[in-house]
Design a protein around this ligand. Sequence first.
Ligand code: DQA
Length: 144
Amino acid sequence: MPEILILNGPNLNLLGKRQPEIYGRETLADVEAACAAIAGAAGASITLRQSNSEAQLIDWIHQARETAAGIIINPAAFTHTSVAIYDALNAFEGPVIEVHISNVHKRESFRHHSYVSLRAEGVIAGCGVQGYELALARVLRLIG
Ligand code: DQA
């Protein structure tokens, strides 16, 4: 059964409580439940993880080389700063889809650049937490 890793970067542990006018009221547990149901119906499984640590996210990407068929990643603020996460994703061979809950292009200019977009097969932004479900549908299609 193919596994898809859903990675979340800093502050997303507060999803549902943090700036709900931007990020909504649903939590990562809600995202996990919705994506698990979609993956299960497609004969796949998901593992959802969140860390505030860049090093931890990189270690999980390295592990995914052995365990995951695809990665969905919301790198949060590391999107705009982390060459190290970009390099780690380049060491992963499966499809990568980047997700942003908010429309980063409608926000501050420092959010307009993404290192991860240089690696990702696709980018979904501004669709709320539904973006994770859209990304999952795309990864499932790409892994066939
Ligand atoms: C975010 C957008 C980032 O700019 C921000 O730093 C986040 C969340 C999003 O999901 O919209 O923490 O990745």
